[in-house]
Design a protein around this ligand. Structure first.
Ligand code: MN
Ligand code: MN
Length: 252
């Protein structure tokens, strides 16, 4: 069940209301990275997860995100509150001028919220990884919103919302860690073939190819010239797919 308290999860204040900025804020109300997406993603995941601790966490965070949605909605409400003139002028925000004041389930450019923003299903590991990505999207949007705000009250509220996304990220990472899946990409029944640790240098021509831990020993076998090796041996697919690392990847 849900009980609603007529009190925000964290106070919001706006010093200088600005309908144009209210339109930016819609990104976190009815946009892809917004609070509705997060709340509903974690909520629906809670029905799939059999681990009772992770289920409890998903419901706690989902409900907190609804509290965030309410905060963003209130911020938009205040930014679009007209004191003297009850109408918002098109030059202040054509979206609110036409659609009316307060939040709508639209993003900052007026596109409708859609359930296809939600990424979930199939496995708790996939869900937790999708949640880390969702939090990264929310954090990136909040960073931009804070950077583009001139209003101290608004920035303070957004700073709290951004901070909580960082907290949630850490919680999801710890949950993955508790499953032993924070750094292990494989879950489910997959028995990977012998390309699992092979890096193909597929983009090259003139400019130096960059090297880093993502394509170096001991984790990865670097194939500098996949096509050259292919034609030299005349049995390309074998070479292209057949490089084996000394460290046994067949033990999986
Ligand atoms: Mn949030
Ligand atoms: Mn969050």
């Amino acid at each position: 069940m849900f009980i609603h308290k007529k009190e925000l999860i964290h106070p919001v204040s706006v010093d200088n209301p600005d309908p144009r900025y209210g339109q930016y804020l819609l990104e976190q109300f009815g946009g892809a990275t917004g609070e509705l997406t997060a709340a509903l993603q974690y909520f629906v995941e809670s029905f799939h997860v059999t681990n009772s601790g992770i289920r409890d966490m998903l419901l706690d965070i989902s409900t907190e995100e609804l509290g965030h949605l309410e905060m963003v909605g209130r911020l938009i409400e205040i930014h679009t509150r007209a004191d003297k003139d009850l109408k918002i002028k098109a030059e202040e925000s054509s979206l609110f001028a036409l659609r009316g004041r307060g939040p709508h389930f639209l993003d900052s450019l007026g596109s409708s919220w859609t359930a296809s923003y939600i990424n979930e299903g199939g496995d708790v590991v996939r869900d937790l990884r999708a949640n880390i990505a969702a939090e990264a999207g929310a954090l990136a949007t909040y960073e931009q919103l804070i950077e583009n705000s001139q209003d101290d009250g608004t920035k303070k509220a957004l700073g709290h919302l951004a901070t909580r996304e960082v907290a949630h990220t850490q919680m999801f990472m710890e949950a993955l860690q508790s499953l032993g899946k924070l750094t292990d990409p494989i879950f489910g029944e997959l028995k990977p073939d012998d390309t699992v640790n092979v890096y193909y240098n597929m983009s090259s021509n003139g400019a130096a190819d960059e090297r880093g831990p993502w394509n170096s020993e001991p984790k990865f076998k670097y194939i500098a010239d996949p096509l050259g090796q292919k034609s030299a041996r005349g049995e390309g697919s074998e070479k292209l797919h057949g490089e084996k690392l000394a460290r046994g990847q067949s033990s999986r």
